[in-house]
Design a protein around this ligand. Structure first.
Ligand code: FO1
Length: 319
């Protein structure tokens, strides 16, 4: 097998970027290592929001306007859950429910999350390989002005309103990388850190034993894309979280978080003044358009990244 491409991914930003990349390079060459810190058990179901966002987007079924779940979904089951006094603050769609039923049942019968995810991707027709960073329990908790909150309580129920004072990864001391994670990084020709929140999407991935070290020692060229443009997060609370932790909310500050392993850092044209700060960290800076408003913008960003990493173009389909 040829040396592949690895992508470290959170949710929406990563999924959009990867959908563009998959049009530029062969998806079968890509291994996506997904964040599981956002996972939770809710109303008896095992939910993996970031893995699902990536899988649904690459399958072309994601509800891109809402930012999660499946396009055209309905929410009838939530109304019925309310009748039984179940929680309804997490808006699970009826179609989406099938994924959580499948995952919950398979995990209960002893299947590993990586195998469950492989089967979900197979069922959805996703060609890239999607691996959870770990099969073990890993849960992000946010220290806030309202106390320590489970990630989805902070994000979805409280809409990121409490002030962030710290971030914890519960279970990280014992979590082991899922089968294939470290080998994929060590054998890769290129590693891409997607434009995801560096603290709560990429942070949990880097925190799993051996992942940071693998990124430091791999011979792959490592490229990271800023999720911060003009000081603001493209999606989600990354900017406020960075400020809450005493960091500057800027592309250059994200580059600093990745300085141990990134060779190339991609920043938006509006942040071109930060180029010299990125270069001073010993990285090559690639200044391009990074805001993915439409499919053409995703493909253009995928092409710029593939060019910087000298990746083979996707083979043309045979007539
Ligand atoms: N995000 C919300 O802000 N509110 C929700 O009710 C919500 C429901 C939901 C259901 C399934 C799913 O896969 C994701 C869902 N999300 C929801 C998104 C999710 O919480 C976040 O996108 C990620 O965890 C952050 O990356």
């Amino acid at each position: 097998m040829s040396r592949g491409i690895v992508a470290l991914a959170g949710g929406v930003g990563a999924a959009r970027f990867l959908s563009g990349l998959c049009e530029v390079v062969d998806p079968a060459e890509i291994t996506i290592i997904g964040n599981t810190g956002d996972d939770m058990e809710w109303n008896g179901l095992s939910i993996s929001p970031d893995l699902d966002t990536v899988a649904y987007t690459l399958a072309g079924v994601a509800d891109e306007e809402r930012g999660w779940g499946i396009r055209g979904d309905t929410y009838e089951s939530l109304g019925w859950m309310a009748r039984y006094g179940m929680e309804t603050w997490f808006k699970l769609g009826d179609r989406d429910l099938a994924t959580h039923c499948f995952r919950t049942d398979a995990l209960r019968r002893g299947m590993r999350l990586s195998e469950v995810t492989r089967r979900i991707c197979e069922g959805l027709g996703v060609r890239a390989r999607l691996l959870p960073v770990t099969d073990d329990r890993l849960r992000t908790r946010v220290e806030t002005s309202d106390g320590i909150l489970e990630f989805q309580k902070y994000f979805a129920e409280k809409r990121c309103e409490p002030e962030v004072r710290g971030i914890l990864f519960d279970g990280v001391e014992t979590a082991r990388p899922a089968p294939g994670v470290l080998d994929a990084i060590l054998d890769a020709v290129a590693v891409i850190v997607c434009p995801s929140n560096p603290l709560i999407s990429i942070g949990p991935i880097l925190a799993v034993a051996g992942v940071g070290e693998a990124l430091r020692v791999t011979t792959a060229k490592v490229l990271a894309i800023s999720p911060i443009v003009g000081g603001r997060a493209l999606k989600g609370p990354a900017d406020r979280m960075m400020r809450g932790l005493g960091l500057e909310s800027s592309a250059a500050a994200v580059a600093e978080l990745y300085r141990d392993f990134a060779d190339v850092f991609v920043l938006d044209k509006v942040d071109k003044a930060e180029r010299s700060r990125v270069e001073a960290l010993g990285m090559q800076a690639l200044v391009t358009l990074t805001v993915m408003k439409n499919r053409a913008a995703r493909v253009a960003l995928g092409r710029a990244v593939a060019g910087a990493l000298e990746l083979d173009p996707r083979p043309e389909p045979t007539p």
